[in-house]
Each structure stands twice: as structure tokens, then as C-alpha cells.
Design a protein around this ligand. Structure first.
Ligand code: HEC
Length: 141
């Protein structure tokens, strides 16, 4: 009898079972990513907000133009500094952040932003969501 037969049998068993094991592992990873929004959306960075701020906010909240309530949204540092009242964001807490509530309309004082087009975010929910996500994921630079 060929001495190698047990070894060959072992190989025949080992190869498919390793493949099954590996493919199960892949599936688990995918399933985890699907369930965990952080794994998918933690890439929202300040730079992702710049086009929106530039178009809708700079005219009233930027160093070269105007700074209502001393709030400038033209750089990450200025945005984190906030207004004359203090910070406008609480990292990870969009509902506690004026930057979000003033745009969503859930604020309590003053007018909704952008002040010159207060229904702007009603037509652009994805832009409001961007502000929400940026704060929700910790205000990454
Ligand atoms: C046409 C001018 C104008 C535009 C455009 C504008 N704002 Fe304002 N913003 C103001 C004024 C005036 C105030 C202060 C009065 C008030 O709160 O209603 C203010 C206040 C704020 C405050 C509250 C500051 C505080 O401490 O109370 C936030 C936050 C804010 N704006 C964010 C934004 C964002 C974000 C945008 C762009 C999506 C924007 N604003 C666009 C004029 C503007």
C-alpha cells in the first residue's frame, strides 16, 4: 500500500475545509460592516463640509466676508472656536450642537440658517445629514 495515501486523504479533506473556513470569515466581516455605521461613514471630515459652507454660509460667517455673532466657518479651527457665545459643536452630539440645530430648525433662539434661505435644508436633506454625520462622528479635521 502506498504510504502517502493517508497524507493525500488529509490534504483532500484539509483544502476544502480551509476554503469554507476562510469564506465564512469573509462573510462575517461583511456582515459586521453592514451593521456598524461607523465602519462605513467615519470618513466624514471637515473638508467634506467646505463646499456647502462656502456656498451657503461664508457670506455671513467667514473672515474675509462677514462674521455674524463672530462665527466663522471658513476653517476647521474657526469652526471649532465657535461664536461669541462659545462652541457651536459638541462632538458626537449633533442634537446638542447649534451648528446642526440652527440648520435643522430644532434651535430655540434666533433664526434658522442659512438666514437668507431658511428652507434651504428642507430641499437638501443630504446636506443637513452631512453636518449631522460630521458632528456625530466626532468633528474630524
Ligand atoms: C445672510 C446671512 C447668514 C447666512 C447666509 C448664514 N447665517 Fe448663520 N447667522 C446669521 C446671523 C445674523 C446670526 C445671528 C442671529 C441668529 O442667531 O439668528 C447667525 C447665527 C448663526 C449661528 C448661531 C451662533 C450663536 O452663537 O448663536 C450658527 C450656528 C449659524 N449662524 C450657522 C450658520 C450656517 C451653518 C450657515 C450656512 C448653512 C449660516 N449660518 C448661514 C446670518 C447668516
Amino acid at each position: 500500500m502506498n504510504k502517502n495515501i493517508p497524507f493525500i486523504l488529509l490534504l483532500i479533506w484539509l483544502v476544502p475545509s480551509t476554503l469554507i473556513f476562510v469564506s465564512c470569515e469573509d462573510n462575517e466581516e461583511l456582515a459586521e460592516q453592514d451593521q456598524d455605521p461607523i465602519a462605513l461613514a467615519d470618513t466624514v471630515r471637515f473638508g467634506d463640509l467646505t463646499p456647502l459652507f462656502e456656498n451657503r454660509c461664508y457670506q455671513c460667517h467667514s473672515e474675509p466676508e462677514y462674521s455674524f455673532y463672530a462665527l466663522n466657518l471658513d476653517t476647521y479651527e474657526n469652526t471649532m472656536l465657535g461664536s461669541q457665545h462659545g462652541p457651536v459643536v459638541v462632538p458626537f452630539e449633533p442634537e446638542q450642537s447649534l451648528l446642526y440645530t440652527k440648520c435643522s430648525g430644532e434651535h430655540t433662539g434666533g433664526e434658522r440658517m442659512p438666514q437668507d434661505d431658511m428652507n434651504f435644508f428642507d430641499d437638501k436633506p443630504e446636506k443637513l445629514q452631512l453636518i449631522y454625520d460630521w458632528i456625530h462622528f466626532g468633528c474630524l479635521e
